[in-house]
Write a protein that binds this ligand. Sequence first.
Ligand code: NAI
Ligand code: F6P
Length: 539
Amino acid sequence: MLLTREGIKDVEKWRSRGIKLPNYDVEEISKRTKESPIWLHFGAGNIFRGFIALLQQNLLDKGLIDKGIIAVESYDYEIIEKIYVPYDNLSMLVVMNIDGTLEIEVIGSISDKIIADPSHSDWERLKNIFSNPSLQIASFTITEKAYNLKDFSGEYIKDVKEDIEEGLDKPKHIISKVTSLLYERYKAGKYPLALLSLDNFSGNGERLFNSIKTIAEEWIKKGFVEEGFLNYLTDSTKVSFPLSMIDKIVPRPSEEVKKKLEDLGIERMDIIKTSKNTIIAPFVNAEKIHYLVIEDKFPNGRPPLEEAGVIFTDKETVEKVERMKVTTCLNPLHTTLAIFGCLLNYSTIADEMKDPCLKKLVEKVGYDEGLPVVVHPGVLDPEEFLREVIEVRFPNPYMPDTPQRIATDTSQKIAIRFGETIKSYKQRSDLKVTDLKYIPLVIAGWLRYLMGLDDEGNPMTLSPDPLLEDLRSHISNIKLGDVDSVKDNLKPILSNVNIFGVDLYEVGLGERIESYFKEFIEGPGAVRRVLEKYLGCKE
Ligand SMILES: NC(=O)C1=CN([C@@H]2O[C@H](COP(=O)(O)OP(=O)(O)OC[C@H]3O[C@@H](n4cnc5c(N)ncnc54)[C@H](O)[C@@H]3O)[C@@H](O)[C@H]2O)C=CC1
Ligand SMILES: O=P(O)(O)OC[C@H]1O[C@](O)(CO)[C@@H](O)[C@@H]1O
């Protein structure tokens, strides 16, 4: 059995194996989408295929719409060559239920794919789509770092610098590419459009807006575009940047799932790692539970995604719900498990939840330190959400999620995941920052992680992170077992407002973190001993 448009025509074969097929004519929908595109999605990776495309498939299945989504890849073209082209843009979603059952569904709602590179023939097509009045949404799952125009010293990064100098014709950075494409839309008739960031961080829409605006302003200064373009971008009845909160755990594809699919007779299910480090397969494995809350600001209309379970609401509610998830009830816990999971040599998040120390640590970070500063968003209940994360989602033994995946880019996430809670404690008159014990313990754990040695003292591979070299230049002066070697080496990190959102010494936590760190490096096994000491979790 082949996952291709031809292959899925043998309907009985797929259905007899319990695999759900699109309830619509995939070819016909693809044709209509190309004639009159409504939705482009930048970032053709796992979450797009396993969540966003599923929502559109639900609407297509119900006959509520007649167009799919066009996947756009601006960074890792191998994804398109190896995972889209050979499978006619189809993907296979494998939902891992908590009772071990799998729900398998072929997703046909990705109607076309585009390589967003000015030197590729697709670029003209992309410009045409951006000039088409029918387009309603350009959405993004491109990872948090892709929105950055500057490095930590405040300088434009190389590609951005060159894009600013060279103008609209050959942009390299995704934000310059999108700004250049928006200029096509502006020239074609100032048509409305929603630019929807679905990346997992606070104020995602605002950050997308600010980055695009910065490029537009630089191009105005250079005379490449006129002021009117900026007016178009800043007029929310024309171009909107809705905020969103996205939540579905979509781990990297697992070998076990691949084998199960092959056992069902499905061929060519190989997992690949691209040269840009994307780990991807023709299938996507994911949990069933998901939440998507979006600010309802779509100047050119949108598909009725509420019929697929999306919550549309106002900006304030999205902000609250997003703060709840990203800064207290899910992602800080995930990062906690990532750091200590790597140090203690765990290979799945679910296994970590069986470790009494780690379960207790996430309970402390979530219930004791996070919940007190959460503002109830109304549309979801924080305590219930947190309970579901700790009791149902993280412990799902069938989810092949790894601490190493979540540890990726920690330096980019830590300000939001922990810094926001620290700031809230600082602002509240009834709370003291120095009441925080477990968040500082996790931050000290991250510094210990950066030593690149597990708790036994064996070398471990650190997950990719754009600041890794920089951070390691300080940490590598410190030796496991030599508390005196700490000296002032942690100071440049812990005082860096760009990393934590606050200077941890100024708020009164720097010394506490240093002290936990010193305990963590006392020698092999110290990480486990320190957790036992502070959590009282020794079995
Ligand atoms: N995987 C998950 O469970 C969830 C992910 N998300 C968000 O989606 C993002 C992507 O996640 P996945 O699709 O699972 O990862 P992935 O690794 O499968 O795909 C990453 C995508 O981002 C693109 N990308 C990476 N760096 C880029 C850059 N500098 N410029 C432009 N594009 C770039 C890649 O080319 C690829 O299309 C996450 O960082 C997160 O913000 C949100 C909710 C759940
Ligand atoms: O740490 P990241 O890369 O943002 O991923 C966090 C994980 O948790 C989630 O926030 C769950 O929604 C997903 O983004 C992802 O599975």
